[in-house]
Each structure stands twice: as structure tokens, then as C-alpha cells.
Ligand binder design. Structure first.
Ligand code: GN1
Ligand code: MG
Length: 366
């Protein structure tokens, strides 16, 4: 208990110190850790008088070019802000992330230990979900993600750096998996036998979209690349408000943005639920999300892009299963984990979801 209090105070002091490096009118009051991410450290900074802020330490072990990452997301936010200029200032502030500058005019602060920080304005009266409980939320999630992609569709994609090269590249993820097989402990290899076999079983089908991308048949766009449900802010009436966590905004294909949202919205349980009987693919949420998504994004898609959206969803679930499994085999070096088998549980969960998806969705619905 005592240790916790001391630790909490030290963290608060550090956060206050970093917070003061940025230009704003806020006076630090307290902080709360927002612990849902697996990579960065994120804190809600409560001030004596609103607005509140979100302060984030970007994991520079995972993101090799943090200044480039921050330039990407600030530029994309500005682009959206410009597009929304017909809205009142108050409304616009709720629809797109706004980043604070440091006292020296930069978009990030690098501290004495070499950590990178960025500060955003917190969007008040908003909620996020880890799982979806009704079709309206699924529909609104789709509408908002579709809107994000339409608003960024005229942003010059060549201006964005690839924050993590080959992020959703199946051949790359497969190669990492094969490397992990070589270094994994006997114990973990044995435990994961069934899942390792599943990777082999799905391999060919899961490379189809990669092939279409490489041949140029599917175009590269500005994409978000981490469109899980918890990265969509809703207002208190469950209307989609703002897409958050734009760290991985970079060139990509529409299928993975569609797919990652489906992966989380249509899972009847959280991605690390261990009771696999609770993990099912919810088809009515799939339909609702797709309807909302296509309402905005439909006119922007080619027939081929459209045709492969369902396979994109399946592929995205598989990529996550593969990445969680790979990290488990590597000894949990990438994702934050709360207990030793956490990554394995996440992988099993995703494999169960693909199974349920395959039973319920015709991937090339003609
Ligand atoms: C990571 O940290 P977070 O939760 O925003 C990961 C995503 C995964 C997600 C799984 C840079 O995102 O790709 O989909 O976990 N981000 C990175 O929940 O690897
Ligand atoms: Mg993220």
C-alpha cells in the first residue's frame, strides 16, 4: 500500500513535469492511467479546470521513427480539421483529435531518458467499448470508420511514412512466425501445437489479399491500421464521434481497416476472453457495421475492393491470431501482457473467432 502511494506520487510528479513542457492553459491536478493499449503508455491528465488532456509516451522500441509517426498523425488530424471547417469550432473539437504543441513549438517532447511524449486534448463526455452490445453501436462504428477513410481519401498518401514497415503484410508476419518457431521453448511449442497447425491450414487463403495488393489490383490509401472498437469514441447517446489512436496511420489497404473493426465489433467477447464458448462471430453486428461503413465509403471503393472486404475481415482476424501466437512463442516480447499465458489466450480467442466467422460468413458473397 505504502509503496503504491509513493509510486503514484512519483508518476504524478513526472507526468506533471512533462505536461508543463506543452503549451496549454491547463493546471495539472491528477492523472489516471488509460490501460487498454498494448504498446504505449497513456494517461488522462485531469486539470483544475477543463479541458482535460491525454498524455502519451510512445513506445520507441516498437515505433522506430517516433518524430515521423507524430508528423503523420498531426498532418492527418489537420487535414480532417480543415475538411470539417463548416462545423462550429466546438463540434469540430469533438470530431477529430487535436494535438498540443510544446513550449518550443514542436509536436512532441523528448525527455531526459529518451522517451517521446505527445499531448492531445481529451474529448469530454465520450465513451469507448471493448465489446459491442447492440447493432446501433456496430452501425455507428462503421459509419465513423468509413467517414475517417473518406475524409482522408484526398490526403497525399506519399506524404506519410510507414511507421511500422510491412505492418499488415502477411508474408512478413508469416516469416516472423517461422522465426519464432525456431526460438520457442519446447514447452510453448507443445502447448501451441494445435494453433501452429491452424496457421498452416489457413496459410494459402490468408495470402490472397496480399497478392492482390502486391499486383496493384488493390490500391494503397491512407488507412488507420488499428481500427479496433476501443479506438472509436462514441458520445453518451452512442453516436460515433471520433476515431482515436492514429499512431499507425500510414499507407495501407481498406480491407484491414474494415477487418480490424469487424474483428473486435463482431466478437461476442473481448479479444482475451479465455472461455472460448463465449467467443462467437455476431453476424447481425457484421451487417450493421458493413451498412454504416459502406454508407460513407461505398462510393469510394472499386468493385474488387468491395468484393474482398469479407476476406479482408477473415484475414485481419488471422493476422492478429498469428501475431499473438508469434509473440507467445517468442516469450512475450512485444505486447504488454498481464500474465504468462496472456498472448496464448489472445491467440486461441482469435482462432476461435475465425472458425465462427467461417461458419457464418460467405467470404466471397457474389
Ligand atoms: C496493439 O496498443 P494498441 O492496443 O493500440 C497493436 C495492434 C493490435 C492491437 C491488438 C502498434 O494496439 O496492431 O491490433 O494491439 N499495435 C501495434 O489489440 O502493434
Ligand atoms: Mg494502436
Amino acid at each position: 500500500m505504502f509503496i503504491h502511494v509513493i509510486f503514484g506520487k512519483m508518476v504524478a510528479q513526472k507526468l506533471e513535469y512533462i505536461f508543463k513542457k506543452f503549451e496549454h492553459k491547463g493546471e495539472f491536478d491528477s492523472y489516471e492511467e488509460l490501460a487498454s493499449g498494448h504498446i504505449n503508455d497513456t494517461y488522462l491528465i485531469k486539470t483544475k479546470k477543463k479541458p482535460f488532456f491525454v498524455l502519451q509516451r510512445i513506445n520507441h522500441g516498437v515505433f522506430k521513427d517516433v518524430p515521423g509517426l507524430i508528423e503523420n498523425k498531426v498532418a492527418v488530424s489537420r487535414h480532417i480539421q480543415d475538411k470539417l471547417k463548416d462545423l462550429s469550432k466546438k463540434k469540430r473539437k469533438r470530431r477529430v483529435l487535436a494535438f498540443a504543441k510544446t513550449n518550443t513549438g514542436a509536436s512532441y517532447h523528448k525527455d531526459e531518458e529518451g522517451n517521446y511524449w505527445n499531448l492531445m486534448y481529451f474529448i469530454d463526455d465520450s465513451v469507448t467499448y471493448e465489446t459491442v452490445s447492440n447493432e446501433e453501436i456496430a452501425y455507428e462504428g462503421g459509419r465513423l470508420m468509413g467517414q475517417f477513410l473518406t475524409l482522408t481519401s484526398d490526403f497525399d498518401v506519399s506524404k506519410l511514412i510507414e511507421v511500422i514497415p510491412r505492418f499488415h503484410d502477411m508474408s512478413f508476419r508469416y516469416m516472423q512466425f517461422e522465426e519464432a518457431l525456431k526460438v520457442a521453448s519446447e514447452e510453448r511449442l507443445n502447448k501451441a501445437k494445435e494453433q501452429i497447425q491452424l496457421v498452416e491450414d489457413y496459410k494459402e487463403e490468408m495470402h490472397i489479399i496480399q497478392g492482390l495488393k502486391e499486383s496493384g489490383a488493390i490500391r494503397t490509401r491512407v488507412t488507420h491500421n488499428d481500427t479496433k472498437i476501443s479506438n472509436i469514441l462514441f458520445n453518451t447517446k452512442n453516436k460515433g464521434l471520433c476515431v482515436i489512436d492514429t499512431d499507425t496511420v500510414m499507407p495501407g489497404i481498406v480491407h484491414y481497416d474494415f477487418g480490424d473493426a469487424i474483428r473486435t465489433i463482431c466478437n461476442t467477447a473481448a479479444e482475451d476472453e479465455t472461455n472460448l464458448d463465449l467467443v462467437e462471430f455476431n453476424v447481425s453486428y457484421y451487417k450493421a457495421y458493413t451498412e454504416g461503413f459502406l454508407k460513407k465509403m461505398g462510393p469510394f471503393l472499386s468493385p474488387l475492393e468491395l468484393k474482398y472486404l469479407p476476406l479482408g475481415a477473415k484475414t485481419m482476424i488471422f493476422i492478429m491470431a498469428l501475431r499473438f501466437l508469434t509473440d507467445y512463442l517468442n516469450g512475450d516480447v512485444y505486447y504488454k501482457t498481464k500474465y504468462p499465458e496472456h498472448n496464448f489466450d489472445r491467440a486461441k480467442n482469435q482462432f476461435k473467432l475465425i472458425k465462427s466467422f467461417s461458419e457464418r460468413i460467405d467470404i466471397l458473397d457474389k
